[in-house]
Design a protein around this ligand. Structure first.
Ligand code: PLP
Length: 369
């Protein structure tokens, strides 16, 4: 017997149905102009997204992973270099470091926010360190003042992984505008999602922007000369047009997530699940609503049996993933991340999640049978 889905983990139909006319118009426009690769829609979206983030430049690329990879390359980072990031991020953050030939160096995380523990960054800096990639995990910003202070003092680049934090602010500034560059993913379920893959880099650095524009398009400059060997990683015109239709709704959709989070906060008070911790000074856009419990597996099974979808972000810290075994880390190297990983549970979260769906989820969590 299969359980009927009561509350799916993600539901993208609701946001698409809300703006179906705008999406159809965007798709027709691209077809009518055959503006499929770079072109007018991509140019316009880059301007609009840069304005949204408050940066001088935005460069559309093929994915969030490519955004990270091309920024690292654009900063001249490669073989022999080390790049510091959190051990509990999505694999793509570390993959991008490996893709440019550099070595990922992991840092443990804060017990309650699950964000990189900024007090442990300085200890892993060596003569080979070139950059720090803070990850604004789950939709809230890392303590950037601390990261930037270390980076400025030690001469390192700061590349924000903002793939989960579209629209999240810190001290009145958008994530993606706080470091030397910001990297965003438009994977469909992100806070701003395309109908396929896409990504973008935000930066105030003109030289870096020019370099990434070249790298994403086979190393070709404005005179169509191939000045370096690059990559094929362009944001598609169709995705840019869809993202242009969605961007004006992002703030409202983030507010809808924040409201759902407040319902959860309230409803979870009498359950075995601890609600997520928020840092002061920032806004949380709840890409994910992640609770903590020592009975995580039991709670997850119970939710599943009641038709409530859940996720674990992420089930294995990167130092224990087979893909990164050659880095030489071992179990026990990152005790906080290892403990947190066994207790985290992501509950359904998306714009237009209804209050009754939050209650169904909370009741399933509270059920002691
Ligand atoms: C989604 C995500 C990425 C990668 O994005 P893609 O578009 O799937 O390549 C990188 N880092 C984090 C933290 C993410 O959540």
């Amino acid at each position: 017997m299969t359980t009927a889905v009561a509350v799916p983990f993600v539901n993208l139909n609701r946001q698409h149905e809300a703006i179906v006319g705008e999406l159809d118009e965007a798709i027709d426009r691209v077809r009518a102009r055959s503006a499929f690769t770079l072109g007018t829609e991509v140019d316009a979206f880059e301007r609009e997204f840069a304005e949204f983030c408050g940066t001088r430049h935005a460069i559309g690329v093929g994915s969030g992973t490519d955004a990270l990879h091309l920024v690292l390359r654009g900063c001249g980072i490669g073989a022999g270099d080390e790049v510091i990031t959190a051990v509990n991020t999505f694999a793509a953050t570390a993959e991008a470091i490996v893709m440019c030939g550099a070595t990922p160096v992991f840092v443990d995380v804060d017990e309650w926010t699950a964000l990189i523990d900024v007090t442990k960054i300085e200890a892993v800096i060596t003569g080979h360190t070139r950059a720090i990639i803070p990850v604004h995990l789950y939709g809230q910003a890392v303590d950037m003042a601390a990261v930037l202070e270390i980076a400025r003092r030690r001469g390192l680049k700061v590349i924000e992984d903002a793939c989960q934090s579209h629209g999240a602010m810190l001290d009145g500034k958008m994530t993606g505008s706080l470091g030397d560059a910001g990297c965003f993913s438009f994977y469909p379920s992100k806070n701003l999602g395309a109908m396929g893959d896409g990504g973008i880099v935000t930066t105030d650095d003109e030289e870096l922007a020019t370099r990434i524009r070249r790298l994403r398009n086979h190393g070709e400059n404005d005179e169509r000369l191939h000045v370096e060997s690059g990559f094929c990683s362009r944001l598609h015109g169709m995705q840019a047009a869809i993202l242009r239709a969605k961007l004006p709704h992002l703030t409202e959709w983030n507010m809808s997530r924040v409201e759902a989070a407040s319902w959860y906060d309230h409803a979870l008070a009498h359950t075995a699940a601890a609600r997520p911790a928020t840092r002061p000074g920032g806004t949380h856009v709840y890409h994910l609503y992640v609770v903590r419990s020592v009975q995580r597996d039991k709670l997850r099974a119970r939710l599943g049996s009641k038709g409530v979808g859940t996720g674990i972000h992420y089930p294995v810290p990167l130092h224990m993933e087979p893909a990164f075994a050659s880095l030489g880390y071992a179990r026990g190297d990152f005790p906080v991340a290892e403990r947190v990983t066994e207790q985290i549970l992501s509950l359904p979260m998306y714009p237009y999640l209804r209050r009754d769906e939050v209650e169904v989820t909370a009741h399933a969590l509270a059920d002691t049978t």
